[in-house]
Design a protein around this ligand. Structure first.
Ligand SMILES: [Zn+2]
Length: 137
């Protein structure tokens, strides 16, 4: 299913619920270069710490659990408890940050989302030039 984002849908409610859409190569480049990605398997990259914490998606499922949800794959972790997931149901990537409310209650705060084909087309080359590519290649 080709997915196209309609900029007229870009409301404050949408931004709060889903984060901002990355719409082109330049958006993806600046979003990725803002982050420090973590070596997979390092303690801080471990999403299992959050057990069944859910994050917001744009697909019909609405929410996915960070663990044990066959529709999503963890792609990268970044410092600051940030995670990049791919939703295979919709073919989009979702980037969010786990935050704590009252120190104990964790929740996922959306940062950005991007069409899967668009991301796949550009992210590889952008990441090769990334400041910590050696950690994630
Ligand atoms: Zn989804």
């Amino acid at each position: 299913m080709p997915w196209e984002f309609d900029e007229s849908q870009l409301t404050p409610e949408l931004l709060e619920k889903h984060g901002r859409p990355l719409l082109n190569e330049k958006d993806i480049e600046s979003a990725l270069n803002d982050e420090t990605f973590l070596k997979s398997g390092s303690a801080k990259a471990d999403q299992t710490h959050y057990q069944k914490l859910g994050f917001q998606c744009l697909c019909n499922a609405d929410m996915h659990a960070m663990n044990d949800d066959f529709r999503v794959n963890l792609i990268l972790s970044a410092s600051g408890e940030k995670f990049l997931y791919k939703c295979t149901a919709m073919g989009i990537y979702i980037f969010f940050q786990v935050k704590a409310k009252w120190l104990v209650n964790h929740y996922c705060s959306p940062i950005w989302f991007v069409d899967g084909d668009l991301f796949d087309k550009y992210a590889g080359d952008i990441l090769k030039k990334h400041k910590n590519y050696k950690d994630i290649k």
